[in-house]
Design a protein around this ligand. Sequence first.
Ligand code: ATP
Length: 727
Amino acid sequence: MSGDPKSKPLAKRKAKSGPSASRKRLKVQYTSADGLPWKTVNRPSDTGLDGDDGILELEEVENVEVVYEDTEGGRVTRFNVLEPSNKTTKVTEDAQQEADVPSSAGTEALAPSVSFASESLLPNWHAFGLHSHLFQVLHSRGFTTPTPIQAKALPIALEGRDVVGVAETGSGKTLAYGLPILHHILSHPRPPRTKRKLQALILAPTRELALQVSDHLSIFARIIDVNKEAQDVDIRTNKGKEKQQEIKTHNAPPLVSIAAVVGGMSAQKQRRILDRGVDVLVATPGRLWDILEEALLDEADRMVEAGHFAEMDNILRLTIRKSQEDEIEPETQGNSLDAHQDAEKSVVASVDALQTFVFSATLSKDLQKNLKRLQKSYRKKHSKPASTLDDLLLRLDFRDPDPAVIDISPEGGVVSTLKQSRIECLSTDKDVYLYYFLLRYPGRSLVFLSSIDGIRRLTPLMELLNLKAFPLHSQMEQRQRLKNLDRFKATTNAVLLATDIAARGLDIPAVDHVVHYQIPRSADVFVHRNGRTARAMRKGFSLLMCAPDERRVVRALLASLGRKETEIPEISVELTLLDKLKNRVLLARQIDSQQHKIRKQHHEKNWLKETAEAMEIELDSDILSESEDESHPSKQRQKKNDVKTAVLKNQLKELMSQPLLSRGVSTRYITSGSRPIADAIISGEVHETMLGLKKSEAGDDLVAGAKPKPASKKVHEEPDEWHGFDS
Ligand SMILES: Nc1ncnc2c1ncn2[C@@H]1O[C@H](COP(=O)(O)OP(=O)(O)OP(=O)(O)O)[C@@H](O)[C@H]1O
C-alpha cells in the first residue's frame, strides 16, 4: 500500500504485516484502510524527503493483515488489526507521537512514573495538587510561584467549576485555564488502545495568538528530559528566554496532544491531524468553522462513524454563528459577530459535562456582578448575533449554575508598571514625531495603526530612514506574518508596524514601547494594545499620538475607563531636533513617491504585456516599442526618474550622516574644547544619535500630568500585591 511517487501523493502509507502477522490474535477489523491506526513517520533528511515536496505526511501501520472476502456483492477487502505478539514491543517514538493507538496504559503509561516532590521543590504550587508532570515542567521552567490570577482560578477550575477570569495583560492567564485542562486530561487516562478524543477546545481571536497558546501549552504537554533541563530560568529577561529554549523536551510522544487550527496554513494538513485525534484543539473561529462545515457536509458519515458526533455538537453549540463569521481580524471585520474577539475561551468537554473558562484583560463590571441575571434577560430579548466579549458571555451556555467570576484587573485597565504618555500633533506630523521617538528611545517598539494602507506607507519610509521596521497585518501571507513576528522578537532595536491583529494576547519578550500612531477604536483595544508592553511586572511605556480631530474620541475613550485625558502626561520633545528630522522625513517621502511611480509604471507595462499574451492579442507595435525602444520617451522618463531617485537618496544619505545636535551644541564644541560632552560620550551618558541630550528612557521625559482622582472603592476583589515573577 504505497503511493505512486510520480503522482505526488499527499500521504504515503506502508502496511507492515509480514508472515508472522497471521499468528497474532485479531483485535479489530476495518473495512477501509482509512480507519486503520496510521502513525506518522519522520521523513529521513538524507533521502531528501524532508521538504514539502508534495508529500505532506509519511505514515505507516503495523500488525495489519489484509484479507479478501468474496461476498454476494463481489470481492471486498478487510483489514485485520492484530494483537502484537510481544505486548511490550517498544513503539517507535515518532510513530507513537501521532499515534491513534497508544501503549496499553494510555496517557498515564507515558507519564513520568516518579512522583514529583512538589512540597519541597515547589512549595507555592504544592497545595493545588496538580498532576506530577505539570509540577515537573513548572519547576523546569523556573515558574516557582503562581501569578495571582493563577492562584485564584486554579482551585476553582480544578473543582470542575466554570470560571470567568479578568486580570491584567501579561499576568499568566494562559496557564490559569491551561493547567486545569492539562491536569484533567493527564488525570483521566484514556482507555487502552483508543484514539485520542477531543477534550478541550480553546478559541483565540487571531492566528498568532492561537499558535502562541498552542506552543505555550505544548511545552507542558511533553515529557521533559530531567537530566538536561535548565534550572531556575529567569523568564523576565531575554537571557532567560534563551535558556528556556535550552530546556530539552524528551523525544517521546506528547502526553497530551495539542493541535492548532488556524487560517492561512494548510487546511488539509490540519484536517488530517484532527482525523488522527487530538486532546486539545486551539483554533481561530474562522478556520474551525470551515473545517466543521466541510466535515458536516462532506464527511458526515465518517464523523458519526468516528464517534465525533458528541464533540461536534458541543463545538457547534459553542460556536453559534448566524452568518459567515471569519477569523476575527479587527481591521477586516465588519459588523459581523466578533464575540470571541476579546476572549481566550477554553472548554473541557465530555458528553454530559462541559466546563467553560473565559479569560480576558477587559470585561465590563456590570456583567461580572450580574452574569446569570443578565444572561436570562438577554436570552429573552435578543435573537441577533452580538459583537463583544460581553455578548459572548451572555450567550454562553454555562453548565455551572453559578460561574465563578474572578476580577483582579487594575482600575482603568492600567498596569502599575506601565507609564503612559501622549503627544498632540497634526496628523501630517505624526511621521516626524514617530521618527523622533524611535531615534530618541531605541528599543523594541510596537506601533499600532488602524489601517493597512498606513502600514504600507510607513514601512518603506522607516526603511529609508534606516530603521528596522517589520509590517504585520491581515493582508499579508501567514508565513510572512510569522516571519516578521519572529524577526521583531529577535531584534532588540526594531519596530513592528501592526494593525490590531497584534493587539491581543501576543507575548513578545521585552517590548519596550507601544505607540498608538492612530488612536484605538475602543477602550478595550487601548488596554490590550498597551498590554503588549509592561508584561509580568516589567517596565513598559506607551505613547498615544493624538491629532486635533481625534481628541474628542480619545476623551470619550478614556472617560469610559474612568480617566481624563489630562491625567496622561505629555512627553517632552526637543523641537530643534524635530525640525532637523522633518527634513529627513520629507526627503524620504519624496524618494518613496518617486519609487512608487517607477513601480507603478513597471507594473502597468507588465500588466499590459501579460494581459495581451493571455488574451492572445498582438499589441500594437507602437505600444510595444514604447516599452522596448531605448530611444523612446517613456524609457527616458524612467531613466530620469531613476536619476532623480538617486539624487534624492544621496541627499538623504548626506543629511543622515550629519550629527543631530540639540540646541546650544555645535560640532566644534563637541570635537574641540568640550570636556563634558566628550566625557559623557565615552561614559555612554549621552544619547548616541542625538548629541547634546542625555541618554534617557521614554518614561523619564514626561511632563507632569494632572493628578488622577483617588480611585473609588473597587467593587471587585483587590489583587494580591504582586511583584512579578520570582520576586
Ligand atoms: N507562574 C508563572 N511564573 C513565571 N512565568 C509565568 C507564570 N505564568 C505565566 N508565565 C509567563 O508569563 C508570560 C505572560 O503570560 P500570558 O501570555 O499567559 O499572559 P496573559 O495574562 O494571557 O496576557 P494577555 O492578557 O496579554 O493575553 C508568559 O511568557 C508566560 O510563560
